[in-house]
Design a protein around this ligand. Structure first.
Ligand code: C2E
Ligand code: CA
Ligand code: CA
Length: 743
């Protein structure tokens, strides 16, 4: 770096003549310059290099080298090259001025010189040098500034470059992601749309073509509402309003019209598009075709409320309707409604004999007939099977319900033709008048069912109106059922035995086992009060099992104590329920095995009805019974269907003539009893007369050739202990009399 010295300039004087040197030194010192004086070129170079020198006065003629050479050397050396050199020469010396300038001199002065001239020339050169130095320094500074600016610019440039790169990357990323989104939106099966806040379509994905048949660009600027099903407009309106108010997405379902004119169900998710300032700028929706799902849902809804066969409302729907009815009744206290529960009589027989298909068609016909018997506001529903329930809306009098029941009864009494077959049917109907005092539909169904049960019980093809006493009776029955279950657990059944005698030999042939229920607080209950219920509830199987075991155990004891006749048998009553039970024979076998009682000691009493069923399993059971040496008798013969065909088919040994016939016997009126006895004999069976109470009856039966009899005349059914006593007496007396036990 070049420094400009402002204090006294230093002049180096180079002259080999000492006087010249002194003279110049003195004069220049006087002028205020600093001076150095040297006699040789070498010294001049040394001083110039080591000391700050502002100007050199250089003699040409020097002892060691000439002034040109010194000047050249000075100009080569960077440390000295800027020092101005003024050549000195004597007048007589021929100075080569051209050379002086060529080697870098700036001026020359010829000796002898005047001090004024020297000073003027020195000053000129010095100020020239000063100016040069300033210029140089200025240049340097300028250069430095330029350099600095340039590097600043370079950094700024680099930063800019980096930013540009980042921006380019971001832009590229954005383009890529937009491309991806568009690719997804364009190729999705779902329909993606962008809507302006006022509902105009701004973007529609191409999937609309496959979905609705429109070209996506043709829809731009249009409003979805224009394609919406008129019934769904409200929904779509709300659906577009809601996302505008919140950042949440909203789901909705509505129909849109296809190009073809038909409608598709779409499920749409709508989400607001929000800009940086939080403003909603549009709505983006994604929709999919849910037509199939909606259809299935509709079907399921329909199925859940309708009966598949008749398409009538089902039980659930009726229950719902009844709940509404109850609400109304509670609000308007006087409001009432009627309920009819209808059960077709003997529908099972139709199904069994004509097949299920015909049965189904009959039900469909009945359904439409029932609808014709009521008003439009009433509801006819099917409860499955052959049960229908009708709700009569807002009737004021039970008479109206009865009128409908009469109408139904009359309608169904007409024969119905199905598949060319004429079917006679009838119905049992339970009627109920309902009001707001009912808690719920279940209570109503319970009561109308009780009324129906009563109608069926009273002989079918009739109606019964529900009353409180019916409810009480039903409750009593329910309690009885509970007690019966408990009795089974506690084995509260005991068997009584009624002796059966031969009318010819007066011999004791055996006993009929008759069950009794030892009730915990009602005392002894007779079978007539609980056998029906036990059959209805299936509890008869358990009761029958207990009776069978008690009988076998008694026989076992008797066999060990008395020498029983080889024909001695105990008759056991078996109900249809038991007989149809697939485990029935197994139970008999099991108990026989456990007690060691053989089949020939037993006789089963069944009713005609069982044989009439003619099923394979019944035939199987009958065969199993005779295989085990057990006998069969037909109980209460003559009270039922008395179809003679079946009698010869099975191994039945005995017909039991029902007590009602014995009771009706008069000396000249023995027709039925006579007929039964003749029939039995023709079929090689014997007869037992039940309920023989008088000597006359006994005599008549003997005259008619009846083989055996039982009845109060001989003995009431007896508890085990007394029965054993009868046996004991019989054997000890071997009497000819019928009745060894006095009563
Ligand atoms: P059933 O099989 O007809 O039995 C005869 C019924 O007539 C018995 O009534 C018996 O006590 C009664 N009886 C006998 N002799 C006379 C008489 O001279 N005059 C009158 N008025 N009645 C007489 P019970 O014991 O009340 O039995 C009623 C019905 O209960 C039986 O009728 C039978 O169908 C059923 N039953 C009884 N025990 C059983 C059983 O263990 N299982 C099944 N499934 N049913 C049974
Ligand atoms: Ca019997
Ligand atoms: Ca009987």
């Amino acid at each position: 770096m070049i420094s400009i010295r402002v204090s006294n300039p230093t002049i180096l004087i180079v002259d080999d003549i000492a006087e010249n040197l002194h003279l110049l030194t003195r004069e220049l010192t006087d002028q205020g310059y600093e001076t150095r004086g040297v006699l040789t070129g070498t010294m001049a170079l040394t001083v110039a290099r080591s000391t700050p020198i502002d100007l050199i006065l250089l003699d040409i003629m020097l002892p060691d080298m000439d002034g040109y050479t010194v000047c050249e050397l000075l100009k080569i050396d960077p440390a000295t090259q800027t020092i101005p050199v003024i050549f000195l020469s004597a007048l007589d010396e021929a100075i080569d001025k051209v050379k002086a300038f060529a080697v870098g001199g700036v001026d020359y002065i010829t000796k002898p010189f005047k001090t004024v001239e020297i000073v003027a020339r020195i000053n000129t050169q010095l100020s020239l040098r000063q100016a040069q130095l300033k210029l140089q320094q200025f240049n340097q500074e300028l250069e430095h500034q330029v350099e600095q600016r340039t590097s600043e610019l370079a950094i700024a440039n680099q930063l800019l470059q980096a930013e540009i790169q980042v921006r380019q990357q971001t832009e590229q990323d954005l383009r890529l992601s937009e491309m991806r989104y568009r690719l997804i939106a364009d190729n999705m099966g779902d329909l993606v749309c962008l809507h302006s806040t006022d509902g105009q379509l701004l973007y529609v994905s191409p999937s609309i073509q496959t979905l609705l048949g429109y070209q996506s660009d043709k829809l731009l600027g249009k409003n979805l509402l224009d394609f919406c099903h008129p019934d769904d407009r409200q929904c779509i309106h709300i659906h577009f309003k809601e996302p505008l108010g919140s950042a949440e997405s909203v789901t909705s379902c509505y129909r849109l019209r296809c190009q073809s004119g038909r409608y598709l169900w779409l499920e749409t998710l709508a989400k607001p598009v929000i800009n940086e300032t939080g403003q909603v700028t549009g709505i983006v929706t994604s929709s999919r075709d849910v037509t199939r799902r909606v259809k299935i849902e509709k079907q399921l809804r329909y199925d859940s409320l309708h009966d598949a066969l008749t398409h009538l409302p089902n039980r659930d729907w009726l229950a719902k309707r009844l709940e509404l009815e109850l609400l109304q009744c509670r609000r308007y206290k006087t409001s009432q409604f009627g309920l009819l529960m209808i059960d077709l009589d003997r529908f099972k027989a139709v199904n069994d004999s004509l097949g299920h298909l015909t049965g189904d068609k009959l039900l469909i016909t009945v359904a439409s007939l029932l609808k014709k018997c009521v008003r439009d506001i009433d509801m006819v529903s099917r409860w499955g099977g052959d049960e229908f329930v009708i709700l009569l809306d807002k009737i004021v009098d039970i008479k109206e319900a009865i009128q409908v029941a009469e109408r139904i009864k009359a309608t169904l009494e007409n024969p119905i033709e199905v598949d060319g077959k004429v079917i006679f049917t009838s119905a049992s109907i339970g009627i109920l008048m309902g009001n707001g005092t009912y808690q719920d539909s279940n209570e109503i169904f319970r009561d109308v069912d009780i009324a129906l049960y009563r109608a069926k019980e009273s002989g079918r093809n009739r109606y019964e109106v529900f009353g409180l006493e019916m409810y009480q009776a039903a409750i009593a029955l329910l309690n009885l059922e509970n007690d019966l279950r408990l009795a089974i657990q506690q084995q509260a059944f005991i068997t009584h035995y009624q002796p059966i005698y031969s009318l010819k030999s007066k011999k004791l042939l055996g006993f009929e086992a008759l069950v009794r229920w030892q009730h915990h607080n009602r005392g002894m209950i007779m079978p007539g009060s609980f056998i029906d219920l036990a059959e209805d509830t299936g509890l008869i199987k358990a009761i029958g099992g207990q009776v069978f075991r008690q009988v076998c155990e008694a026989i076992k004891v008797w066999e060990s104590q008395y020498e029983l006749d080889k024909d001695f048998r105990v008759s056991i009553n078996v109900s249809g329920q038991q007989f149809r039970d697939v485990t029935f024979i197994d139970t008999l076998d099991q108990i026989s095995k456990e007690t060691g009682v053989k089949g020939h000691r037993l006789k089963l009493e069944i009713t005609e009805r069982i044989l009439l069923e003619q099923s394979e399993s019944i035939a199987h059971t009958l065969a199993a019974i005779s295989n085990r040496g057990m006998q069969l008798s037909i109980d209460d013969f003559g009270t039922g269907y008395s179809s003679l065909r079946y009698l010869s088919q099975f191994a039945v040994q005995t017909l039991k003539i029902d007590r009602s016939f014995i009771n009706q016997m008069r000396p000249q009126k023995q027709g039925i009893v006579q007929a039964i006895i003749d029939l039995a004999h023709n079929l090689e069976m014997d007869c037992i007369a039940e309920g023989v109470e008088t000597e006359e009856q006994l005599t008549q039966l003997q005259q008619l050739g009846c083989e055996a009899a039982q009845g109060y005349l001989f003995s009431r059914p007896l508890p085990l202990e007394q029965t054993s006593q009868v046996l004991k007496n019989w054997h000890s007396q071997s009497a000819e009399s019928f009745n060894p036990v006095a009563h």
